[in-house]
Ligand binder design. Sequence first.
Ligand code: HEM
Ligand SMILES: *[C@@H]1O[C@H](CO)[C@@H](O)[C@H](O)[C@H]1NC(C)=O
Length: 319
Amino acid sequence: MASCSFFLLHAFLLFSLATIAFSSPLTPYYYDKVCPEALPAIKRVVQAAVQQERRMGASLLRLHFHDCFVNGCDGSILLDPSPTIDSEKNALPNLNSARGFDVIDKIKLAVDKACGYPVVSCADILAVAARDSVVALGGPTWKVQLGRRDSTTASRTDANTDIPSPFMDLPALINIFQKHGLNVKDLVALSGGHTIGIAQCRIFRTRIYNETTTINPAFARQRQAICPLSGGDSNLAPLDPTPAFFDKKYFTNLVKKKGLLHSDQALFNGGQTDKLVKSYSTNAGAFSQDFAKSMIKMGNIKPLTGKNGQIRLNCRKVN
Ligand code: HEM
Ligand SMILES: *[C@@H]1O[C@H](CO)[C@@H](O)[C@H](O)[C@H]1NC(C)=O
């Protein structure tokens, strides 16, 4: 009897230690007690925004990615420029490109109203809005880990160095994901985020005019028609043939050498990721499952928790 409870005590201690040491401090149930209305409120605003413009789902997914890759998922991307904030909105990957900030403001208003007081962080709003966007566009769902707090700082410099560039080759992509604790599988699965959304001519011009061996010639000509050699920098083209639907076409497209960005085609260009791209191109279930898993992993990057950071009253400003 005594040895049995002794064993149980030890098992319990070991379990607690393992929990503290190895698991994320976040939990999907963070708001269940303090504000059960929070997640439904976020979902309603996202659904309305996506109904109005399908692309908004893509833009919201990208915001969460760009938040997490710069000093963790801490809402730093949402801070406007001020005398003390060198806004990430002005960093190269975001300037005239990141969008959806007004929808985040709308969500914040709706959530604070639903809860009666500001308990939900802007960082958590980004994570939930990303999931709800993917679902609204027909993609997989997952339990979003919650309990992130918001930063009181932002870094344009870090945004410039820590967000991958569309001109990177496979080794550079692998390297920058690894720096964020994400492996090669995460890189390929998460790049599948490009199954939705749109990119600007200035981002894919070099690829469609100069990358003659890694691109389908008919596809290159097609894109050249809307993206001239000079001018039209902000003309838009879809990242895959079905930019309003979360499907596996991004991968089938890569296999046909029809990736729009250099960094997209780099995943299927004779390197170590060819196999995985090919398998996702024929297996939507595997892609969905891996995407959801990797999104949770990305969402766990360096969150502020406990007494660190704050719950912003306005996502654009430090309290
Ligand atoms: C692997 C490295 C990645 C690079 C180099 C990259 C780069 C880019 C670029 C250059 C654009 C177009 C921006 C513009 O033309 O204004 C874009 C769009 C987009 N990216 Fe990525 N991205 C990467 C990974 C990801 C990941 C991990 C996600 C999410 C899981 C993601 C989601 C999106 C979405 C949804 C869009 C379309 C946004 C819209 O239509 O507003 N990207 N990306
Ligand atoms: C193609 O490559 C040449 C030679 O490097 C360069 O001068 C030119 O600007 C490139 N064109 C585009 C559209 O990037």
